[in-house]
Each structure stands twice: as structure tokens, then as C-alpha cells.
Design a protein. Structure first.
Length: 310
């Protein structure tokens, strides 16, 4: 896939809100961070709009699409940083024209609902950056490396991550393009023009606020679509606030919910591919940046897991 250009000092980063609403004041930390990194923050003109249609969107579909289209097309904008996730990206993806973007690619950053853009843009043959959104995630305590990992990815560092092993891990080694993102969004995109392309890929999945049976249902759909037969490796990130707090009192706030991992393991355990559980990415404070669409090697050993660019 095509890799967008790395950033240099003075480049402009646009912050746009393609999904849930943003309240004035919620972006001040990210704006200052962009400045501290040596870049120039630019806000979409509609970023603080609100539109209620059974959900509080960051403006109407047209307003959100207008901001995103501007960020895609403006030659001075070198990176698009999504303000937050929530829901709404799928409602504007078909309103966007990627013609200029394909000719002049730029990084798109985010996770959760932003998985819509990861899958769609990777489908176009261009890499994206799965990482923290500009707005922090609620009351979650952030790991010291979550935001710096975005900076390193934007400025040219190759991915090189090493984590501890998990009891459910399946030992092995594989190479391929890294794809995926939020399980719920991947499930919702199947059969569309933005569907996951998984053949010979390394698949990453994460989620939160889902019932255990819903995780089973979504994975069974993915399995029956043949996706698990096509992939060369599987990386499982955070699954937190799963089921209900009442039913899951012990592990509701656990970043890697054990019951969810049991559900997943029951479905994927017989596949002869390397499988990694507990990867620090997703709806957790330890959310390190992943270059989606880039070529990686996944190495799962008895005592450790390594994921790095090749």
C-alpha cells in the first residue's frame, strides 16, 4: 500500500469531527500537543456543530462531510486527526470524494468508529494510522506512550512493539499487511464497498461496551464470511466494559476482559495461525499507534510477542 508522506516541522494537522459531537474546550489539550510537536493545528469550521437525530452528532451529515472533504482536499493539510469516535462515520463515507486524496495521500488518525475510514482507505491502497483520537476517552487514565506513539509514527519511526505473552496465545510467525480495527464496525461494513479485505493479512480487532454474546455473533459472522480462513495472523487488543457492570463486576473495567477472550478463543483456537491476546491498542489508556495497511511481522513466542514493521 501507499504510505502517506511523513510530517515535518510546520506542517498543518486538521482536527475534524466525523462522528459524535465535540464540546467547546474538549480539544484544547490536543491543540496544544500539536503545537508542542512543532506542527500547526487547524480546526474544521463545523467541528463544534451539534445535530440530534436520536444521537448527538457533530453536525449534520453534510456538515461533517464538508469538514472531512476540506481536510482531504486542502493541499496545506498534511494529516487528518479525528476528534473522537462514537458513531457517524458510516453515514458520511459515501458523501466523500477521495479523488484528490488518492493523488496526494495524507495520514488519517483515529480508532473506534474511525475504523470506517481505515477499512475504506486501506481498500483504496493507502495506509492509515490507528491510534488515539484528539479527544481523550472519558475518565480513562492514559499510558505515557499513547500520544507519543502517534508522533513517532507521523515522523517516520517504524513500528517495533514487544509485549508479554498471554495464556491463550498461539505460537507462530507471520508476515502481511496489518488491517482491521473495531470489531463492531468491521462487522457493520461487511458486504459494502468499505468491507474488510483480509486475504493474507494480519488482522487486528478490539471493542468495548458489547455483550459477550454479541462478540460471539460478530465473530461467527466473520468466520462464516471466510475471513478467518484468509488471514495469516490475529492480534486481539482491548475488550473493556463488556456486558454489564452488574453481570461483570470483577472485570468490567479490565482492559482485556477475560470472559470476552474466552469467547474469542473458543472460535479461533483451531486456526493454524499465530494469535496474540492482550495487545495494548483500542479503548484503553494504553493505545499505541498502528500503521494500518503497512507490512508487518507478527512473532508470537512462548514468553513474548513482537510486532514490527518490515
Amino acid at each position: 500500500m501507499i504510505q502517506p508522506p511523513y510530517l515535518k516541522k510546520g506542517d498543518k494537522i486538521a482536527i475534524v469531527a466525523p462522528a459524535k459531537r465535540i464540546v467547546v474546550g474538549e480539544l484544547e489539550e490536543a491543540i496544544q500537543l500539536i503545537k508542542d510537536w512543532g506542527f500547526v493545528p487547524v480546526l474544521g469550521k463545523n467541528i463544534y456543530q451539534q445535530f440530534d437525530l436520536g444521537y448527538l452528532y457533530a453536525g449534520t451529515d453534510q456538515e461533517r462531510a464538508e469538514d472531512f472533504q476540506w481536510a482531504l482536499d486542502d493541499p496545506e493539510i498534511k494529516t487528518i486527526w479525528c476528534a473522537r469516535g462514537g458513531y457517524g462515520c458510516v453515514k458520511i463515507i459515501d458523501l466523500l470524494d477521495f479523488t484528490q486524496f488518492i493523488q496526494h495521500p495524507k495520514w488519517i488518525i483515529g480508532y473506534s468508529d474511525i475504523t470506517v475510514f481505515h477499512n475504506h482507505v486501506n481498500h483504496l491502497g493507502i495506509q492509515t494510522l490507528h491510534g488515539v483520537t484528539a479527544k481523550r476517552l472519558g475518565d480513562v487514565e492514559y499510558h505515557y506512550d499513547s500520544y507519543p506513539s502517534v508522533y513517532r509514527a507521523l515522523t517516520g519511526d517504524k513500528m517495533n512493539y514487544s509485549i508479554q505473552s498471554h495464556a491463550f496465545n498461539k505460537i507462530g510467525e507471520a508476515e502481511g499487511e496489518l488491517v482491521g480495527g473495531n470489531l463492531s464496525m468491521i462487522y457493520s461494513l461487511l458486504g459494502s464497498v468499505s468491507t474488510l479485505e483480509a486475504s493474507d493479512k494480519i488482522l487486528f480487532l478490539e471493542d468495548w461496551f458489547e455483550n459477550w454474546y454479541a462478540v460471539d455473533r460478530m465473530l461467527m459472522n466473520i468466520k462464516r464470511n471466510g475471513i478467518l480462513d484468509q488471514i495469516k495472523g490475529l492480534i486481539l487488543g482491548s475488550f473493556t466494559r463488556m456486558d454489564t457492570e452488574e453481570e461483570n463486576q470483577e472485570n468490567y473495567f479490565h482492559p482485556y476482559d477475560p470472559k470476552t477472550y474466552e469467547v474469542i478463543q473458543s472460535i479461533v483456537k483451531d486456526y493454524d495461525i499465530p494469535i496474540c491476546y492482550g495487545f495494548p491498542a483500542g479503548h484503553t489508556g494504553h493505545n499505541i499507534a498502528l500503521k494500518m495497511g503497512s507490512n508487518v511481522r507478527l512473532k508470537v513466542d512462548t514468553n513474548s510477542v513482537n510486532l514490527y514493521s518490515i
